[in-house]
Design a protein around this ligand. Structure first.
Ligand SMILES: [Zn+2]
Length: 142
């Protein structure tokens, strides 16, 4: 039997550090704006030829806003079955950008803006061979 290996659901978006994963973003070499994902080089005409530096974004941020997903999103998204409603958060990072992520470690009825959250990696779904496919989620800081 093959060993099951967790891997990223999408390559290149985050580091695979199980303890302190980081999102891989970009920083404009001209104006200093941060991006996620990093592939966004033409945000301003005056910056378009200056390049984007790869940076690891902060792991902690503040929950700015959220919604609750009450039904399974359409493909290509894969939802756990049976489906359980989950929070989808908009998290403000110190870099001045907001990142959307699934909320974990908190009941949807306990979600509130202003709480400090940190990035974690969790299984999003499994591939056809049963390997866990990981994605980032945000978890309240204890
Ligand atoms: Zn720029």
């Amino acid at each position: 039997m093959d060993a099951k290996k967790p891997r990223a659901a999408v390559d290149g978006l985050f580091t695979m550090d199980p303890e302190e994963p980081r999102l891989i973003g970009g920083k404009c070499s001209s104006c200093g704006s941060y991006f996620f994902p990093k592939f966004y080089q033409t945000h301003k005409p005056t910056c378009s030829n200056r390049g984007v530096e790869e940076v690891l974004l902060s792991r902690r941020g503040t929950l700015e806003s959220f919604t609750v997903q009450h039904y399974p999103p359409p493909p290509p998204f894969v939802s756990p079955r049976p489906f359980v409603p989950y929070g989808l958060g908009l998290v403000a990072l110190p870099e001045g950008i907001n990142i959307i992520g699934i909320m974990t470690g908190i009941a949807v009825e306990d979600l509130k803006t202003g709480i400090e959250v940190e990035l974690v990696l969790e299984t999003l779904h499994q591939d056809e061979k049963g390997n866990d496919l990981l994605s980032w989620k945000f978890k309240p800081v204890d």
